[in-house]
Design a protein around this ligand. Structure first.
Ligand SMILES: *Cc1c(COP(=O)(O)O)cnc(C)c1O
Length: 235
C-alpha cells in the first residue's frame, strides 16, 4: 500500500461508518439509504484497491487525467466523476463512469449527450448547483436549475438523476447547514414537478468535515476524501 497503512484506513473507515450510523439514526433513515463515495484524488492505486477490498463500493476522481491514469488498475467498483469537467474532456469520462456529478452548463450537457449518443449509452448525471453563489465556483445558480433540467431532459442519451453541491469553505460544519437545507428544498421541489426524462433520486453533498450535517439535512450521497485517506499531500 501507499503512505497510509491498512490499519489507519480501517480505523478511519470505522469512524466514518459510526458517524453515518449516528446521523441516519437521528433522522429515521437506514444506513443503506446513504452512499459513501470515496474521493480518491491523490490517493495511490494500491490504497484505493485496499479500500475497495474493505467494502468501499463507489469512488470518485475530480481530474480527468488522474482518473484515466488510474482507471485500468482499479479493482471492480462503481466509478463516478466529481470534479470540474471541461467540455472538450467529456469524451474521456462518458461511458467510463456511472455518474457525472458536476454538470455545470448546458454546453457541457450537450457534449455529454453527443458523446453518449455516439457510444449508444445513456449517461446519468447530476447538476452542480452553486449554492453559495460564489464567483470562484462553477454550477447553476439556484434559480436556473429547473429550467436547466427541463432543457437537458430534451437531449438524447443523458439523464439527470439529481443534484450536487459544494458549499462555501467554512470553519464549522454547522455553518453549512443552511446551504444543505436550501439544496434539499430545491431537490424536493423539483422532484414534485416530475419532469419527464429526469428524476430526483440523488442528492450529493457533504464532505469530510460536514457529511453528518449533510445527511441530517437530506443528502443521500456523501463524498469523503481526507477523513478516509488522511490529509492530501500535493507535490
Ligand atoms: C476532494 C473532493 C471531495 C472530498 O473532500 P474532503 O474534504 O477531502 O473529504 C468531495 N467532493 C469533491 C468534488 C472533491 O473534489
Amino acid at each position: 500500500m501507499g503512505k497510509l497503512s491498512a490499519k489507519e484506513f480501517d480505523a478511519n473507515f470505522s469512524v466514518i461508518e459510526e458517524k453515518i450510523e449516528a446521523a441516519v439514526k437521528k433522522i429515521g433513515k437506514k444506513r443503506s439509504d446513504i452512499t459513501l463515495l470515496a474521493a480518491t484524488k491523490t490517493v495511490d492505486v494500491d490504497t484505493i484497491n485496499y479500500a475497495i477490498s474493505s467494502g468501499i463500493t463507489t469512488i470518485g476522481e475530480n481530474k480527468v487525467q488522474e482518473f484515466l491514469s488510474k482507471y485500468d488498475s482499479i479493482s471492480p467498483v462503481t466509478h463516478h466523476f466529481i470534479g470540474h469537467l471541461q467540455t472538450n474532456k467529456a469524451k474521456d469520462v462518458v461511458g467510463k463512469v456511472s455518474l457525472i456529478h458536476s454538470v455545470h452548463s448546458l454546453k457541457l450537457a450537450r457534449e455529454i449527450s453527443k458523446q453518449a449518443f455516439k457510444q449508444g449509452i445513456t449517461q446519468e448525471v447530476l447538476l452542480e448547483v452553486n449554492i453559495g453563489e460564489e464567483e470562484s465556483k462553477s454550477g447553476f445558480l439556484y434559480g436556473e436549475v429547473i429550467d436547466a433540467i427541463k432543457e437537458i431532459s430534451q437531449l438524447p442519451n443523458i439523464f439527470v438523476k439529481g443534484l450536487m453541491a459544494i458549499p462555501p469553505i467554512c470553519d464549522k460544519a454547522e455553518e453549512n447547514r443552511k446551504y444543505f437545507k436550501k439544496m434539499y428544498n430545491l431537490f424536493v421541489d423539483i422532484r414534485e414537478q416530475k419532469i419527464d426524462n429526469s428524476s430526483m433520486e440523488i442528492l450529493s453533498m457533504g464532505m469530510s468535515d460536514d457529511f453528518d450535517v449533510a445527511i441530517e439535512e437530506g443528502a443521500n450521497l456523501i463524498r469523503v476524501g481526507t477523513a478516509l485517506f488522511g490529509k492530501r499531500i500535493y507535490i
